[in-house]
Ligand binder design. Sequence first.
Ligand code: ADP
Length: 543
Amino acid sequence: MTSEFARIEVRDVGGVFAARQLGREVAAALDLERQDQVRVATALSEVGRSAVVSAQTAAIAFSADEADLILTVRFDSEPPADGTRAAARLMDEAAVDGRVLRMRKRLPATPRLDVTSVTERLAALFPPSPLDELRRNNDDLIRALDDLRQQKEQLVLVNAELEETNQGVMAMYSQLSEELEQTNRGVVALYAELDEKSERLREASEAKNRFWANISHELRTPLNSVIGLTRLLTDPGAGSLDPEQLHQVDLIQNAGRTLLTLVNDLLDVAKAESGRLRIDPAKVALPPLLGRLRGLVRPMAEGRPIEVIVSDEGAPESILTDELALTAILRNLVSNGIKYTNSGEVRLSVRTVGPRLEIVVADTGIGIPVGQQQRVFEEFYQVPGVRRGGTGLGLPYAQRLSGLLGGDLTLTSEPGAGTTVVLSLPHGPAVVGTVLIADDDPGFRQVLRGLLDGVADRTIETEDGDRALAAATKDNVDLVLTDLRMPGLDGAALLRQLPAAIPAIVITGLDVEPPPRAAALLHKDELTRDRLAFAIRNACGKT
Ligand code: ADP
């Protein structure tokens, strides 16, 4: 392999000396013997001199391969003969090829050609002339400019790619936002549809309740007449029927009674659902209520191997609730227990759990399959294959009543082992922190203050809706009691603007439906401490 390590151009005498000196140094750097160093230097000096004399430029390149030092001299035209001749004498080889004179000098046997160290050594010996330096700097500059141009081209390329990518991203983004917008539009439409559907459902449910209530009323009168007439016919004093006719009239009477039960149940559920069922809370003495229930349900189990136990053990003396509703719930639960138990017992027991009273009705009956334990609370649902009379309305009605009492029903059951239903009711005194009263009648505000004594920690009074709203958002209010008709912001508007977290009870002299935002509506002329306490306990317990 040939490696070049120096170059020089000879145009004048100075150049001749420089070529001579460089020749000697290169020869020395390549470990040539002293005499050979002089031969190389002289050959170059002669070649240079002949060029200068013949007004030519001699461009000399110094290189070497494994065996020889190689000097290549390029002239402007034919190499001068005297220079060539001298070179042939002094060098091992000198050959002319066109305008080029190529010379070789054999290197010592063991030189290790280290091009870098030779170049460095030469560079140290021949510091570059200002012109050389300028040329080199220019070369560097040109190279740097070239690099710069290439980099610029690359940058343009990268920019173009980036722009393309950006366009892609933008396209993707706009597609995504469009899709999102479409999805959102779909969701909004879906919500609107849902709202519309639930509104229609509500209307349908109201229509159903109205229908039930009306039809029940209409059916009850003729049914009662039928039952009354059959009773007259079967009266022992009547005496005009033979035994077969008596039997048939008995059948008519039984069918009439069954029908009347269904009609009554329908009416109850319709009333409870439409909110027309009046809940009248008062202190109810619990042990006597349970005693009456005992008397009511025991005959239902007559002649069957079932023990019906209604225990008042551990029951509190009284509970603030609606007596009729509580009796109806418990009668339903115990009669279900008796209906769906073949043998064993149906037991009602009472326990107090924190601020709640739990009334448990447990039986050892046929139980309810797991998949049906929620469905039995649906209207008219009866577990398939176990019909024992009934209408499928008892449990939904009991559940609806429990809700109106501020309580809830939970059912657990194991098929073949029995069913347990727990009625959990709020129990204990009503207590509340700060109550805001909004009423323009100072006399009635005083009445309310009195009724709240021992129930509320603090009361704030305002005479209109605007002040009430300001106080409700400023003070820490736990409950709002508001009139409906007030100067400025009226009660209905106040309720609409009131923070959702604050429960509110309407207390009014008007005969109106309760506004949807109100937890309860109480009538001024019927207001008692118990009714107010009951409404407060339910309203505050729900939030
Ligand atoms: P029904 O008038 O049919 O008793 P309910 O609404 O009271 O209607 O009860 C609905 C259904 O739940 C019943 O038809 C019955 O299948 C089932 N069920 C209710 N209570 C019990 C119970 N204690 N044990 C077993 N099944 C019960």
